[in-house]
Design a protein around this ligand. Structure first.
Ligand SMILES: NC(=O)c1ccc[n+]([C@@H]2O[C@H](COP(=O)([O-])OP(=O)(O)OC[C@H]3O[C@@H](n4cnc5c(N)ncnc54)[C@H](O)[C@@H]3O)[C@@H](O)[C@H]2O)c1
Ligand SMILES: [Zn+2]
Length: 585
């Protein structure tokens, strides 16, 4: 008989020792300790799994941790021995490793499906991808990372380890470290432990657990695919762990710009390296000027020179420029490489990294060549915003306020109350804003993935953009006016035009302009300290690809949160508005 026959998860009689164990008093809550530490919110009903090599202290730490948290403790190896009625070395020699792992997988899945507990995994359990998936879904996983010397000392007295039975223990352990540490690094938390007492290590684990906050996750559900936007602090440092489930090959090429390379590339490379991902890098100059066909071709050439394969992931690390450029390079190279967005500006975290629009500018206008190409995952690390100049933060904020203005009056009111905290660097509020703006965009994109709906759907996301793009064109994309600044002014103008055409109250437009100004952005054209010609701006609008059959198309609003598309806006009304806003005729 094979072990797998005994460890079945379908039997409910005494014949199955596993079920017997689960129903037994062994699973009662650990109530012995009166001063149990309250469970951290982050756990939210999840179990705690400890992983690490033999000798890392999973059982001794696990017992103590369980006692401190008032949870039951289980040791997966002990449960398997109980279920099988013999020791692990006996199971290994009788059935071989593959059958042992299959049984182990069943026992672990069964344990994790029950009430929360602290569970120590056997050293090899976490190497199994199905078991890792179960742990990811049901538990917070903590890797007790130990140096070789400590492990050697601890296993010296034990002779019941099948994997250490033949050969030099140091060499065997080093080999296991090389194989397993890159996989253990997928754990949610890593706690380094050496020769401290178990109580000290337990405190370290407990502190790490109490400080831990699960990153927020938003699922973008599209007709073509589904992917997660992960939002939180210090995600670059854990990029390998977060991306592992979505990478087909432990190989990536990071595309970034020169500024972000200096500030954040080393952290990302370390985070990828932790799980054994080998990553090359392609660096382009910072700024909108890199979003052109020549730079794009350079990126594609470098990807090919790096001998990327169909399963090599392209990671865009940077703002919207890098995301649009690298996404389009990923879309075209070898007819499509897996693509991940790691946006580092507020604008790219709330807008450009979600939705799959990629592309470059040409001499004839912005974003005229490109592709719809969805990422496999988006990692929005709020810590990267700490190095972003305030002006860029404000520019990105315009796209957040835009989301509220288009379709969610309550979100716009939230922006009025919290916008300053967002641009002042409050991480929690930033994460909330990113989550809400991305959720809004995901819903719009989910309904109209390829911008095929003429009048609603994705077209609404262009609120403020017809004016914004015309202003950007005037500045020539040289950094004189940031995209978000153009949008900020454009939002006010779109509302003023709506009011002028009788669609909304003048107070709504005033509210938008004063909110934009309160954040510290240019709120109208007079604040741009430059004279514009109405005719020239309208000329830019006509060339904008949002023009349909020659008519001027605008996103207008019937009030805050009630945007709609108008295709028949009289040019005169736009000219009058622009003149009243200080433009020459
Ligand atoms: N694809 C879409 O759906 C979409 C949507 C909106 C905007 N966009 C595009 O996005 C682009 C604008 O994006 P952006 O505003 O992020 O510009 P950007 O990529 O040029 O970044 C702005 C500047 O900030 C620097 N930077 C980036 N991250 C930083 C950090 N963490 N710390 C310090 N400096 C940092 C960059 O080097 C750059 O100089 C435009 O090209 C626009 O067309 C695309
Ligand atoms: Zn925009």
């Amino acid at each position: 008989m094979r072990i797998i026959d005994w460890l079945t998860d379908s039997c409910a009689t005494l014949a199955c020792p596993v079920c017997g164990v689960l129903a037994s008093a062994a699973m009662t809550r650990n109530t012995a300790l009166r001063e149990a530490v309250p469970l951290p919110d982050a756990l939210a009903g999840r179990s705690i799994v400890l992983v690490g090599l033999m000798g890392a202290g999973k059982t001794s730490i696990g017992r103590r941790l369980a006692a401190r948290l008032g949870l039951p403790f289980r040791d997966a190896d002990a449960e398997i021995e109980l279920a099988a009625g013999c020791t692990i070395p006996e199971l290994f020699s009788r059935y071989g490793e593959p059958d042992f792992r299959a049984g182990e997988r069943r026992v672990i899945r069964r344990l994790l499906a029950g009430d929360p507990l602290v569970l120590a995994f056997g050293g090899g359990a976490y190497m199994d991808s199905e078991t890792r998936t179960a742990a990811r879904e049901e538990a917070v996983t903590i890797w007790l990372r130990c140096p070789l010397n400590t492990l050697l000392r601890r296993v010296a007295s034990r002779d019941n380890r099948p994997l250490l039975a033949d050969g030099d223990r140091g060499e065997i352990l080093q080999r296991l470290i090389d194989q397993r540490y890159p996989v253990y690094a997928e754990a949610d938390l890593i706690v380094d432990c050496g020769d401290e007492s178990p109580d000290v290590t337990t405190n370290q684990v407990l502190n790490a657990l109490l400080a831990w906050r699960a990153p927020r996750r938003l699922s973008v559900v599209l007709p073509s695919t589904t992917y997660d936007v992960v939002i939180g602090d210090d995600l670059l440092a854990r990029a390998g762990a977060l991306l592992a489930p979505r990478m087909e090959q432990k190989r990536a090429v990071v595309v970034t710009d020169a500024t972000v390379e200096r500030l954040h590339l080393p952290t990302l490379l370390r985070g990828l390296g932790e799980t054994g991902v080998a990553a090359g890098q392609i660096v382009v100059p910072a700024g909108e000027a890199s979003k052109n066909l020549e730079t794009w071709q350079g990126v594609v050439d470098q990807l090919l020179e790096a001998r990327v394969e169909r399963r090599t992931t392209v990671i865009a690390l940077g703002g919207g420029v890098v995301g649009d450029l690298a996404g389009f390079a990923a879309a075209a190279t070898l007819r499509g490489l897996p693509f991940v967005q790691v946006p580092t500006t507020l604008l790219s975290q709330v807008d450009s990294s979600v939705g799959g629009k990629t592309g470059v500018n040409t001499a004839r206008g912005k974003n005229l060549v490109g592709a719809f190409y969805q990422p496999r995952m988006v990692l929005a690390d709020t810590s990267t915003l700490a190095t972003l100049p305030r002006r860029e933060l404000c520019a990105g904020y315009a796209e957040i306020a835009k989301a509220g203005l288009i379709g969610d009056a309550a979100f716009f009111a939230w922006c009025e109350a919290n916008g300053e905290a967002v641009v002042n660097g409050n991480r929690e509020v930033q994460a909330e804003a990113i989550m809400r703006a991305c959720a809004f965009k995901a819903a719009v994109v989910g309904d109209d993935e390829r911008e095929e709906k003429p009048n609603d759907g994705r077209a609404l996301l262009n609120l403020g953009h017809t004016f914004g793009h015309a202003l950007e064109a005037e500045y020539g994309y040289t950094g004189g006016l940031l995209h978000g600044e153009g949008v900020a002014v454009g939002l006010g103008l779109a509302l003023r035009l709506s009011a002028r055409l009788g669609h909304c109250a003048a107070e709504d437009a005033d509210r938008v302009v004063s909110h934009v100004a309160a954040i510290g952005m240019p709120a109208d054209m007079r604040m741009l300290n430059r004279r514009f010609s109405a005719a020239t701006l309208i000329g830019h609008m006509r060339r904008d690809k949002k023009v349909r059959d020659g008519a001027l198309k605008f996103v207008l609003a019937r009030g805050i949160g009630r945007a709609f598309t108008a295709t028949d806006v009289p040019v005169e009304a736009v000219t009058e508005l622009l003149r009243d806003e200080g433009c020459e005729a």
